[in-house]
Write a protein that binds this ligand. Sequence first.
Ligand code: TYM
Length: 328
Amino acid sequence: MERVVSGIRPTGPLHLGNYFGAIKNFLLLQEREECFFFVADWHSLTTHPKPENLKKRTEQLLIEMLACGIDPEKATLYVQSDIREISELYLYFNMLAYKGELERVATFKEKIRKHANNVNAGLLTYPVLMSVDIIIHKATKVPVGKDQEQHLEMTRNFVNRFNHLYGPLFPEPEAYNFGNELVKIPGLDGSGKMGKSEGEKNAVFLGEDPSSIIKKVKRAVTDSGPERPGMPVSEPVQNLFDIMKQVSDPATLAFFKEEYAQARIRYGDLKKQLAEDIVKFTAPIREKIRELSANPASIREIREAGAARAGESARKTIEEVRALIGID
Ligand code: TYM
């Protein structure tokens, strides 16, 4: 069995991008590999959330991950900050990461463009912490969306550097989607990816009310419509097709694509169908979130059991690392 690790930041409710980029694969992998899935609460500190919000969002994310179908009997589900060994390994790996390579990471460059007034060292070394999350369990497969690909490349660099300096301890992990291209789910605003930081209206959340989902999809950006048959599909419309590909049946998508190709598509109909299919897809998750939210004691128990299992795996690794680097 291979080891699988992946995390999600508690920065907002789970959205369709998280689901189809990552969680869908968590569900498949937990059936066949040894899996560790976690709430990356330390990672979310780069933007200084209010303490009470961080706590709430962490608990909520555990609930939402469970509601999606992560089974704590099959996978180890835990909170990053419950495993203090990660912070120690982060310290060691920070000595192996060079400022120049960290500054070249695309997600870092994007963050400094968007938040020039908060370029903190935690943001710069974000890929180091992420690498440590993975190697603390010696994982080889990391199910993530397309936006995380470069971080996995960095992880392999750090691993190679460590192995070269101290001895072969860590395997090289890879971003994983069963041999397929990594997934990028677009947002509703006509460009880019669906994301929490891309604006509330851009993302559809799994626990969102049907009426709100319908309203958001209705307002999604399209174009003025194809003028004649055979026109290439514009980016905002392709985005809606991309989301439809995930939530609707193939015949529905094929129908609207053909309508577009024949230049007789009605975006009102497309959006109505898409909203309906999203509501249908998310209904059981919404229901499960409600159920689980009513029982905080069981969530606490699951969290503790996950911390115990993840902690055991992390302690084994950190002891090996200490011995190799001369801190015994
Ligand atoms: P985060 O919290 O931004 O997103 C969690 C997961 O959802 C995927 N994702 C998407 N996939 C496709 N299309 C989208 N629009 C979309 N939006 C989000 C992300 O790729 C990710 O898989 N750095 C990570 C969290 C992390 C991590 C780790 C992941 C910390 N340590 C170790 C793997 C292994 C992040 O910010 O994900």
